[in-house]
Design a binder for this molecule. Structure first.
Ligand code: SAH
Length: 196
């Protein structure tokens, strides 16, 4: 098997594993009452679609057809190995964030009935560890897929979602939890512990 084929398979398994980690929470979330879905609007749906293109559709097109071949470059065993390790750490973090958020989790910006503010576990040092996990996925994608479009579309797609959403998400949490959320913000960073 060529290195590129190996890397493509590794990326595909990573995405399938992410889907399987998320599935039980997605099923449970459907049964959980929603208290506030004001921010689940067209803008959110567009952002989610852009992110899905960058982390899913563009690389999937490359993995299945090699398109756009003109943007491919020589693969490196060291980068591919690092990519596998980064994807594994992303999956671990996804699993921990889903576990910690439990019934508070939702795909778009929503508040559940009797929503609780989670501040422990992987939420102790960063406020958005699930977004950290998506950035790790984007990094793994760039390391695994030796193609400029497929490799970097994850950063572009998820980056757009993150930067256009995070302020609104924090405003929603502040409105719901007030001083408790301010105190939480004061002692945490957004996605990288102690840095950002
Ligand atoms: N931004 C978080 C969560 C993403 S899921 C992360 O990256 O880990 C999005 C939903 O999670 C939001 O609609 C919000 O209702 C909920 N949420 C975000 N942070 C939360 C927290 N600290 N405690 C409880 N719910 C939270």
């Amino acid at each position: 098997m060529s290195l590129v084929t190996f890397a493509k398979i590794a990326w595909t398994i990573g995405v399938l594993a992410w889907f399987l980690i998320r599935l039980p929470f997605q099923i449970k979330a459907r049964k959980t009452g929603v208290a506030d879905a004001r921010r689940k609007n067209a803008r959110e749906m567009i952002l989610l679609s852009i992110s899905t293109c960058g982390l899913g559709l563009v690389p999937a097109l490359y993995v299945t057809t090699g398109f756009p071949a003109a943007l491919s470059y020589a693969p490196s065993p060291a980068l591919a190995t690092l990519g596998v390790m980064v994807f594994l750490s992303a999956l671990w973090l996804f699993w921990r964030t889903h576990k910690a958020l439990g019934r508070q989790w939702s795909v778009s910006l929503e508040l559940r009935e009797s929503h609780k503010l989670i501040t422990s576990g992987v939420y102790e040092h960063v406020r958005h560890p699930m977004y950290s996990a998506f950035f790790l996925w984007a990094l793994a994608q760039a390391l695994l897929l030796p193609n400029l479009a497929a490799g970097f579309s994850g950063f572009v797609g998820f980056g757009i979602l993150f930067f256009l959403r995070v302020g609104e998400e924090e405003a929603m949490m502040r409105e719901a939890f007030g001083a408790e959320y301010d105190a939480y913000c004061a002692r945490t960073k957004r996605v990288v512990p102690f840095l950002y």
